[in-house]
Design a protein around this ligand. Sequence first.
Ligand SMILES: *[C@@H]1O[C@H](CO)[C@@H](O)[C@H](O)[C@H]1NC(C)=O
Ligand SMILES: *[C@@H]1O[C@H](CO)[C@@H](O)[C@H](O)[C@H]1NC(C)=O
Ligand SMILES: CC(=O)N[C@H]1COC(CO)[C@@H](O)[C@H]1O
Length: 387
Amino acid sequence: MWSKLLCALPFVLFLVAYPGESAEINVAAKPNVDVASELLNAWKEGCAATTASTIVIPKGTYLMTQVVLAGPCKAPIELQILGTLEAPADDKTLDTSKEWLTVQYVDGFTLTGGGIFDGQGTATWEHNDCKKTKSCNLLPNNLSFNFLTNSLIRNIVSLDSKLFHVHVLGGKNITFDHLAIKAPGTSHYTDGIHVAKVTDVTIMNSVIGTGDDCISVGDGTQNLVVKGVVCGPGHGISINVGKSPGEEPVKGVHVQDCKFIGTDNGLRIITWPNSHPGEISDVHYEHIEMEDVDNPILIDQEYCPHRKCPKDKEKPSQVKISKVSYKKISGASGTDVAVSFTCSSAVPCEGVEVSDINLTFNGAPAKSICSNIKPVSSGKIVPPLCT
Ligand SMILES: *[C@@H]1O[C@H](CO)[C@@H](O)[C@H](O)[C@H]1NC(C)=O
Ligand SMILES: *[C@@H]1O[C@H](CO)[C@@H](O)[C@H](O)[C@H]1NC(C)=O
Ligand SMILES: CC(=O)N[C@H]1COC(CO)[C@@H](O)[C@H]1O
């Protein structure tokens, strides 16, 4: 249906170049007309330009079907979204092998403009519940950034994605600043930002509330900084490896000055029982506030959602967790166990340091549980560890 509409309309681009500045390419977007192919044409032009270019999607609300914006480009390229882009509400029209908007293989990409990506996921979530259906989880992610280098995503809103809101795979030196990501707490698999196989990523000054992880950190993530992020509702910031064979280590994760409000978890590291070998190291959490968070501090090496692996529980996880620190973590736990360390009996947690913790439950000190771990503590620790 979209392609028929598109063919009926002439496609128009305006190119305005100023000496020494980025050339501006305006996408001729029209209400109720799929903007995808116009955007793609603008991208082709900008990407081929030998000087920097900026592609502008104007104010207004536009439909957009799936788009892949691929590099390499000849010069830095910016996409400025001033308006709102809406995905088709009916996910049956979507190609599930593609994401909604993919940007890939670009050096020096910038996405800005204060615009909104509206995933229109409401109709999707109810039939995408893995507890109830086998054919779940096969929907496009919202925004996919693959193999970008030296890139900046700033001042963008992502709403109601059908699946993960922002998916980052591969690449180096990518900053996410001032993102607002929002979906209801009851939506399924709507992770805020998922990163994997990527180096030097900063996520800062952002507000993320969804039905799944606020930020999820997958295998091969190195040197991730999360700073000034407010999470909730959702499942917290999760590091998660060891599900598939051959996963790369997660090394160097720094989470600081963050706040969790009404989330299921705060700072969570999970690995599956009977898992493949893996490694998580150099993870540092500092100055974190918790407000009504069910599991503020959690290492769970027997993670098994939807109880699909009961037999595996007898075989421990093979993922080694080491050099993890928790400093200045305070606030209210939503359950009586605020600190829960369930490490693997095959590869116990090592080098875990805890200092200046104050986590309460109903105004009284909460509890902690520990297995296969000998944390080193300093400063005031409420609750006391491993007693
Ligand atoms: C990282 O990317 C930014 C653009 O977002 C660039 O300004 C900066 O120079 C890059 N840093 C390095 C070390 O290349
Ligand atoms: C811990 O937090 C509670 C509630 O915020 C506060 O009343 C208490 O004084 C704090 N304890 C320490 C040791 O800081
Ligand atoms: C991709 C997505 O999940 N959300 C939007 C944001 O995401 C998609 C892709 O489904 C679109 O369909 C949009 O719906």
